[in-house]
Design a binder for this molecule. Structure first.
Ligand SMILES: Cc1cc2nc3c(=O)[nH]c(=O)nc-3n(C[C@H](O)[C@H](O)[C@H](O)COP(=O)(O)OP(=O)(O)OC[C@H]3O[C@@H](n4cnc5c(N)ncnc54)[C@H](O)[C@@H]3O)c2cc1C
Length: 465
């Protein structure tokens, strides 16, 4: 009998597992995939290493920092700053057709840019920053949390273009809701992206995952890969254990699930029907280009460019198309200030993310699917080179993954990257001993998912002796 079974070896599941193993709880993480990482995993293809999800780790802090979510999560997991070894970004940009704002890991740059590009708005911007809800005090019961960010922004920032530009990166990096964003989530993402900023380990997400899994196993935690949970067995309103895809039964006093809210309910054998419409709809297609040179040699020194080709930012699932390339994220993992002794990435890499419709991708048969991947790669690159130097003649290899790929390897409904729009901030489910962690509990991204795993483990599994 385990104290806790954790469903999923993504960032949140591994973090929760470390907390529990540290306090000598008998804990087992069950993962359906043959590897760890979930939405933020890695793979090797054609002799090259690729990250699935990592553009940037948000909430950057320098070595030695004692405050902020990154410092806090390292303390909680007893990890060292060097275990993540984040190099700071060189600098990022928000590029709309007729306007650009640069930002970095110090809010002063964004402020200076707003003073220059939107002089009439600088005081309003400062007022907005002063009014942000404090990350540490964020509470889902606070009525301000679920207010419309578009409405709150309109009360302070009178220029609609500036509002759209500020929203663009924050929605791209952490908003599960179409068209608008909960103000609480806006505050979390504002701090994560604009106040703290971006970093990345030279070795990518592998390094972070390697340290998480080592720590977990070193503390005596059990990790079972290729061990999908097909059912959560419920007796008298309590979960008593799980049944794996191969029929093995395991018992536990409680279950922490990072599979998603709807996905977890569907596993419970006391539930016959779930409302699938509550699942998230927003998924991405990622087009990766390997270059024969460093992007800086082509005049591209941006870490991330969040682009949008009209004054209004459209954040919604493309209804009748495979993808929507009107907005996107261009990222170069080369453009971080890696320590000189670490060297550089061996290849130039440009990653482009655009919004995609999971159902449209799943309707295609295999030959159509393969052809669509090639066509959409071309479209994504064509859209992106309006906002960066044209790199097409320097491409030596490519890869594309779609919402179908994301679903196939993470089992999230609709391949939704940020989960359901309505978060369950207290992590509770209809069962008294089954709890959510990760994306559908409320926090997204790498840091968010780790924070979620820690806080749910602390709240529900460590209080109870
Ligand atoms: C293309 C892309 C780019 C991204 N870029 C960034 C970025 O630059 N920065 C950033 O911070 N974040 C980024 N993210 C988001 C980030 O990866 C996620 O928010 C975070 O990893 C979510 O972690 P999680 O633990 O909540 O969920 P997941 O990683 O989804 O973990 C859930 C795990 O549960 C497993 N599972 C599901 N069902 C079962 C079952 N029945 N039995 C057993 N196991 C099961 C899944 O296989 C998965 O491993 C990106 C994501 C994608 C897809």
């Amino acid at each position: 009998m385990y104290d806790t079974i954790i469903i999923g070896a993504g960032m949140s599941g591994l973090a929760a597992g470390i907390r529990l193993a540290h306090f000598d709880r008998r804990v087992c993480i069950l993962e359906r995939h043959y590897t760890i990482g979930g939405l933020n995993s890695f793979y090797r293809m054609g002799g090259r290493d690729y990250d699935v999800g990592l553009h940037a780790v948000t909430n950057f802090s320098e070595k030695g920092a004692r405050h902020g979510p990154l410092a806090k999560l390292l303390r909680q997991l007893r990890l060292r700053w060097d275990d993540f070894k984040l190099a700071p970004q060189l600098g990022s940009s928000i590029r709309f057709s007729d306007a650009e704002l640069n930002f970095g890991n110090d809010i002063a740059l964004l402020e200076a840019e707003i003073r220059k590009q939107f002089p009439g708005q600088i005081d309003n911007f400062r007022r907005l920053v002063a009014s942000l809800l404090d990350y540490d005090d964020l509470d889902g019961d606070d009525p301000r949390f679920t207010r419309s960010s578009r409405e709150v922004l309109a009360e302070t920032i009178s220029d609609p273009l500036l509002r759209e530009m500020l929203l663009c990166p924050l929605m791209w990096y952490g908003n599960a809701r179409e068209r608008d964003m909960d103000f609480g989530q806006f505050c979390i993402m504002f701090r994560a992206c604009y106040l703290e900023g971006f970093g990345r380990p030279l070795k990518g997400v592998r390094l972070i995952l390697k340290h998480l899994v080592r720590k977990f196993r070193g503390l005596g935690g059990e990790l079972k890969l290729r061990s999908g949970v097909s059912r959560i067995h419920v007796e008298n309103g309590r979960a008593v254990g799980v049944v794996l895809d191969d029929g093995t039964e395991l018992q536990a006093r409680r279950i922490l699930s990072s599979a998603g809210a709807i996905e977890t309910m569907r596993l419970c054998d006391d539930i016959t029907e779930v409302d699938a419409a509550r699942a998230g709809q927003l998924s991405f297609i990622e087009s990766v280009s390997i270059l024969d040179c460093q992007p800086r040699e082509l005049g591209f020194d941006r870490t991330i460019v969040f682009y949008n080709d009209s004054p209004e930012f459209h954040w919604e699932r493309p209804e009748n198309a495979l993808c929507d390339t009107r907005t996107g994220v261009i990222c170069s993992p080369n453009n971080y200030a890696y320590a000189p002794e670490e060297g550089e990435l061996p290849d130039g890499v440009i990653r482009i993310t655009t919004l995609a419709n999971h159902d449209r991708w799943c309707e295609l048969n295999e030959p159509q699917y393969r052809a669509a991947k090639l066509a959409q790669y071309d479209r994504a690159v064509e859209a992106s080179v309006r906002f960066m130097p044209d790199f097409r003649s320097r491409v030596i290899d490519t890869d594309v993954f779609t919402p179908k790929t994301i679903r196939r390897f993470t089992w999230h409904d609709n391949g939704a990257v940020y989960g359901a729009p309505d978060k369950q901030l207290d992590g509770s489910t209809h069962l008294e001993n089954v709890f959510l962690c990760g994306t559908d509990q409320g926090f997204v991204g790498i840091v968010g998912a780790i924070v979620s795993g820690i806080s749910m483990a602390n709240r529900y599994c460590l209080q109870d002796p």
